[in-house]
Design a protein around this ligand. Structure first.
Ligand code: SAH
Ligand code: SF4
Ligand code: F3S
Length: 471
């Protein structure tokens, strides 16, 4: 049975959460849940949370504080609201969330989303008249953080054509989930479980549907996407390179990206695919975390700084225009000034197009949280500041080097100015161009004229400069 209800999903954290939120909304749509514009107008609010750093996890509790006030206000008007916490905080903290925030009705982890309809039924089965302010919660609570044996992807609803069209010309597609690497700082192996790869046929089918609904660029997602090891229709093992080759056969699919890669799993087949597959974009997110071998060992990354630089060299030999991005952690336990300088050396050696960098945040239950030599906050801040200044300079220099060059841009939305549209360069930078909106969804050659921070301004190649200026 369906009823006319609405759901508001607020997404924190990584792209995989973005993908999961879309799948949750696709799974709820057939039950009569339309997308609400705001939490205030929603019958069901889902916070899809991130546990990676303390700040990310704490955001959830401040949001729950706001939702408590909102739920009481709606209850006073006779309207009920179910509040759910999903994602990695749900998996890590489970019932503790309800103890700390009694406003929450449901807590469910990332491996349970296919059971969402049943979980909602369970809460609503205990339905009573709306609670008034100050009363005990009216409903039984539901907490679900098991890692079930059945594959959630087999049961999650596929997006409808209308849903895909409303999301635009680029899409995420999760192909691998979970992680077996157990870096000593990281919660992901605990919140997402062990590595699992979806079968090739399912991924190709999902990609086909996305492309049929107008998607031109797909980013394959996995916590460790290059550890992908699925099986094809004949039961043969297929790695990420093989999967990329299969997906490239879809004629209207113009661009493929993938993220996030671990240096240890980037094999020769994948490097060769970069050399030979023009649909594969020359941009690789390849986190190294630190440039110090001592710290890399303590992090359990299981490679050295030299291994990483050698890998980068081999990738660039295969694909000379490859742009790299990375992730860095400063202030890991025991990190000395010399260790930090080794990180700065790696950044200088690689010359990144973009980077994400973070202060080490001790996470409950991870080995690094109780290691000796925790680094004072002020030292972390000072190192982060220096690292970010270097990265910023590299990112700006990378953008400026593109001025005067002509790049293929995939346009995906209207720009801020009238008559302007915005797309992405092969290197993921936003590019704004005066051009007809009919080009949205298409790739056109753009001559880059200026770099504003990290975004680029250009004009359609081949247009006379005067026309470009007056456009
Ligand atoms: N699977 C990816 C990383 C996923 S988490 C990989 O292996 O590279 C995304 C990023 O968050 C990490 O690359 C790391 O830089 C950062 N991160 C993870 N745990 C952290 C912690 N405890 N403190 C600070 N940053 C952290
Ligand atoms: Fe976390 Fe390491 Fe796994 Fe990346 S590889 S998700 S950092 S444990
Ligand atoms: Fe955060 Fe979970 Fe992604 S902890 S980064 S939402 S896998």
């Amino acid at each position: 049975m369906t009823d006319n209800k609405s759901v508001f999903i607020k997404t924190y954290g990584c792209q995989m959460n973005v993908y999961d939120s879309e799948r949750m909304s696709d799974t709820l749509a057939p039950l009569g849940y339309a997308a609400a514009d705001s939490p205030e107008s929603a019958d069901l609010v889902i916070l899809n949370t991130c546990h990676i750093r303390e700040k990310a996890a704490e955001k959830v509790y401040s949001e729950l504080g706001r939702l408590r006030v909102m739920k009481a206000a709606r209850a006073a008007e006779g309207r009920e609201t179910l509040i759910a916490v999903a994602g990695c905080v749900a998996q890590a903290e489970g019932e503790e969330i309800i103890a700390r925030a009694p406003v929450v009705d449901m807590v469910f982890g990332p491996q349970t989303y296919h059971r969402l309809p049943e979980l909602i039924d369970r809460v609503r089965a205990g339905e009573r008249p709306a609670a008034t302010e100050g009363q005990a919660p009216a409903r039984p609570k539901v907490v679900e953080t098991e890692f079930p044996l059945d594959d959630k992807f087999d049961h999650l609803a596929a997006p409808t054509e209308t849903a895909v069209r409303s999301r635009g010309v680029t899409a995420f597609l999760t192909v691998q989930e979970g992680c077996d690497k157990f870096c000593t700082f990281c919660v992901v192996p605990y919140t997402r479980g062990s590595e699992a790869s979806r079968p090739v046929a399912r991924i190709v089918e999902e990609a086909r549907r996305l492309v049929a609904a107008g998607v031109r660029e797909i980013t394959l997602l996995g916590q460790n996407v290059n550890a992908y090891h699925g099986t094809d229709e004949d039961g043969r093992p297929v790695g990420l390179a093989g999967l990329l080759a299969r997906l490239s056969e879809l004629p209207r699919l113009a661009r493929i990206r993938y993220t996030t890669s671990h240096p240890r799993d980037l094999d020769d087949a994948l490097i060769a695919e970069h050399a030979g597959n023009p649909k594969l974009m020359p941009y690789l997110h390849l986190p190294v975390q630190s440039g110090s071998d001592r710290i890399l060992a303590a992090m359990n990354r299981r490679h050295t700084a030299a291994d990483y630089l050698d890998l980068v060299a081999r990738i660039r030999a295969a694909r000379p225009d490859m742009a790299l991005s990375g992730d860095f952690i400063v202030g890991f336990p025991g990190e000395t000034d010399a260790d930090f300088e080794a990180t700065m050396d790696v950044v200088r050696a690689v010359d990144y197009a973009a980077c994400f960098s973070f202060k080490y945040s001790p996470r409950p239950g991870t080995p690094a949280a109780t290691m000796d030599g925790q680094v004072p906050e002020a030292v972390k801040s000072e190192r982060l500041h220096r690292l970010q200044a270097l990265i910023e300079a590299q990112q700006t220099a990378f953008a400026e080097r593109l001025i005067g060059r002509t790049l293929p841009v995939l346009f995906d939305k209207p720009g801020r100015l009238a008559g302007q549209i915005v797309g992405r360069s092969p290197y993921l930078q936003p590019v704004a161009v005066m051009a007809p909106s009919s080009l949205i969804g298409e790739i056109a050659d753009v001559t880059i004229e200026a770099a504003l921070g990290h975004s680029l301004i250009g004009s359609l190649a081949g247009e006379p400069a005067a026309a470009r200026r007056s456009a």
